[in-house]
Design a protein around this ligand. Structure first.
Ligand code: PLP
Length: 452
């Protein structure tokens, strides 16, 4: 007989894990959850300061979602959307998503994950340009440090070496442009607007150099999550959109993290004035209770698809589980809860306290930069605050902080650029926000002591 720990080491191959280290340290086994808390198999209670993987917006014990799943399982556990088939939950969900989406969005295509949504968005951008007789428009512009998933196409757009190295990615034509991160990359004294203009000018130069007739789309997370919670400088998306418009390049908004209130509005697009041609979403769409994703497109794209399918026969893409009725029923109930409980309004009213507690960490000797919007944020750890010098990579300073936080009852994430990321369930209250940042402070003090 194996213990769970032994069986995990022996049989499970873990994603985004150093495999040999895992053999030595073993798994953190989580076995139950309630509200914003989870418990490990040793009985330790932890605040889930990352909502799992930026996704469990309603925490870990929302009975309405359990009931919605049970009801749909009993009525119809499976059907699909191929060849004109449909189900009530998939129809209702599509309607609700389109109605809450930014102006111009007219149709919804259901998938199972963020990566699948991004892959589908890329295919749609290609299909659209082929439909318009512009087959040369293929390259996707993404940004360094972006995270768009791991499948062959989405993983090609992700701008983080640890996702691509060893996997022969990128495998599709992609240009990675600069990350907007004022703390690191703005010139001394440069205003947000001036920095944004510089980034937009650089984007335009790269488009002209490659040839606008080779570029299909630009993809961006409104707030970059996995790359270290990077918040765009003022004016950035306005200036970028003007460039894209001039060169007839589609804007794909990757809303997989920002979608559903994370930044204080339904979409990151609402917070930053983005008018997307295509949007991808997943994660908080079902509060992560079941896998589901969605790709939303404008009427203009849909009309081009529709005419093209008359020529080709069918819109030849889709997945067995796309629009799964149980996932769709749970997603629909999630969106109803967001509305009934005014979850996005709650995010807006908690955000000032969350931001105040993050900003207070600026006084800590290890913290060079703090940033947040809505209920997502990060602190960036540095060896020297004045010169912004980083710790040697081998110190893994953010990983040290993440592990120290766990000893203080908190799950947070070590992200690239020595960032410590926070993305708690949207239902967190002020007292729990205090507990969270008290634990972060204790963890940073431990790390400071261990490294001095
Ligand atoms: N896009 C963004 C912005 C993400 O953060 C993620 C996952 O973290 C993905 C896409 C990929 O989603 P999934 O892990 O569901 O494939």
């Amino acid at each position: 007989m194996h213990t769970l720990d032994e069986a995990d080491r022996q049989f499970a191959l873990h994603p985004f894990t150093n495999l040999s280290a895992h053999q030595k340290q073993g798994p953190l086994i989580i076995d139950r959850g309630e509200g914003v808390y989870v418990w490990d198999d040793q009985g330790n209670r932890l605040i889930e300061g990352m909502s799992g993987l930026w996704c469990a917006a309603l925490g870990f014990s929302e009975q309405r979602l359990v009931d919605a799943a049970a009801k749909q399982f009993a009525a119809l556990p499976y059907s699909h959307m191929f060849s004109h088939h449909s189900t009530a939950p998939a129809i209702e969900l599509s309607k609700r998503l389109v109605q809450m989406a930014p102006e111009g969005i007219g149709k919804c295509f259901l998938v199972n994950s963020g990566s699948e949504a991004v892959d589908t968005a890329i295919k749609m951008a290609w299909y659209y340009n082929n439909a318009l007789g512009r087959p040369g428009k293929k390259t996707i512009i993404a940004r360094q440090r972006a995270y768009h998933g791991v499948t062959v196409a989405a993983g090609s757009l992700t701008g983080l070496p640890y996702v691509q190295d060893g996997f022969d990615l990128p495998a599709i034509p992609v240009i990675h442009v600069e990350t907007p991160h004022a703390y690191r990359f703005a010139e001394p004294g440069e205003s947000d607007q001036a920095y944004s203009t510089r980034l937009a000018d650089s984007l335009e130069r790269q488009i002209i150099e490659a040839g606008a007739d080779t570029i299909a789309a630009f993809i961006a997370e409104p707030v970059m999550g996995a790359g270290g919670v990077l918040i765009p400088p003022d004016g950035y998306f306005e200036k970028v959109q003007a460039v894209l418009k001039r060169h007839d390049i589609l804007f794909i908004a990757d809303e997989v993290i920002c979608g559903f209130g994370r930044t204080g509005n339904a979409w990151g697009c609402d917070t930053y004035g983005i008018k997307p041609d295509i949007m991808t979403s997943a994660k908080q769409l079902s509060s992560a209770y079941l896998p589901i994703g969605a790709v939303l497109v404008t009427d203009a794209l849909y009309d081009a698809f529709s005419q093209y399918t008359d020529k080709l026969g069918v819109f030849g893409t889709g997945n067995t589980y796309g629009g799964h009725p149980v996932s769709a029923a749970v997603a629909l109930e999630t969106l109803r809860i967001y509305e009934d409980d005014d979850i996005f309004g709650q995010v807006r009213s908690r955000a000032p306290h969350f931001s105040e507690r993050i900003q207070a960490l600026q006084n800590h000797p290890l913290v060079g930069n703090t940033r947040s919007v809505g209920l997502i944020g990060a602190v960036e750890l540095v060896a020297d605050k004045d010169s912004k010098t980083s710790f040697p990579a081998a110190d893994k300073i953010a990983v040290q902080a993440m592990l120290a936080a766990r000893k203080h009852g908190l799950i947070v994430r070590a992200a690239p650029g020595d960032a410590l990321a926070f993305c708690p369930p949207l239902i967190i209250n002020d007292e729990q926000i205090d507990d969270m940042f008290d634990a972060v402070t204790d963890a940073l003090n431990d790390v400071l002591k261990a490294n001095s």
